[in-house]
Design a protein. Structure first.
Ligand code: HQG
Length: 180
């Protein structure tokens, strides 16, 4: 992705996951925004988008962060939300035996005390892939990957969901399910 596309992708993440009200955009409960409205509201906020550009970014997003509705008229972020106006009905699924969470070493003391918490987001994000988890952890400093006993959590009544792009979501991970 070039610099311009990456800047727009960040803008889309910001308004579709976190602060739609910052540009006067309305998302429905499932997180959908009408693309034509997004273009108008973004322009007022100084961000020039168009239909082709938006669709290119959706297709080229490395993590498949966004989806376009079947009728082609709406867009949403598939996970990562913090705004509480959105409550996507993610598919509940039985997780694999282990999932991974990448974080920074400086958070470890707190995580081993409190377990994993969603912070400002709606869910804790977990991955099936250790390399992906390492890259996620790197965003905040020296990375460390935690191995989560996901299936045992599920068997003990904790729910798991999988977003359209494969990211696993759960409300929290108590420290007893975390291995280093
Ligand atoms: C940490 C990106 C202290 C947690 C990625 C993480 C992901 C704690 C940070 C997605 C803690 C929250 C989400 C505790 C958790 N004490 N720190 N008890 N519990 N933490 O960004 O998982 O590129 O909200 O380990 O790829 O890093 O945006 O979550 O380091 O899928 O599409 O608190 O964001 O995707 O950070 O990343 P975040 P995350 P995109």
């Amino acid at each position: 992705m070039n610099k311009k596309s990456s800047e727009i992708s960040k803008f889309l993440s910001y308004v579709l996951r976190h602060e739609p009200q910052a540009i006067g955009l309305l998302l429905d409960r499932e997180g959908w925004a009408v693309i034509s409205e997004l273009i108008v509201q973004a322009k007022q906020a100084g961000q020039n988008l168009n239909d082709t550009l938006i669709r290119e970014i959706v297709i080229n997003s490395d993590k498949k962060r966004f989806a376009i509705s079947e009728d082609g008229l709406r867009i949403r972020a598939v996970q990562g939300h913090s705004t509480n106006t959105v409550a996507i009905a993610h598919a509940e699924k039985i997780p694999p035996e282990f999932l991974y969470h990448g974080t920074a070493t400086r958070f470890l003391d707190s995580i081993l005390r409190e377990g994993l918490k969603p912070g400002s987001r709606q869910y804790v994000h977990l991955s099936e892939d250790m390399e992906v988890a390492t890259a996620v952890g790197q965003r905040y400093g020296k990375p460390v990957v935690l191995k989560i006993e996901a299936l045992r959590m599920h068997q003990q009544g904790l729910k798991f969901f999988q977003a359209e792009n494969g990211v696993w979501l759960t409300k929290q991970v108590p420290f007893r399910y975390i291995q280093r």
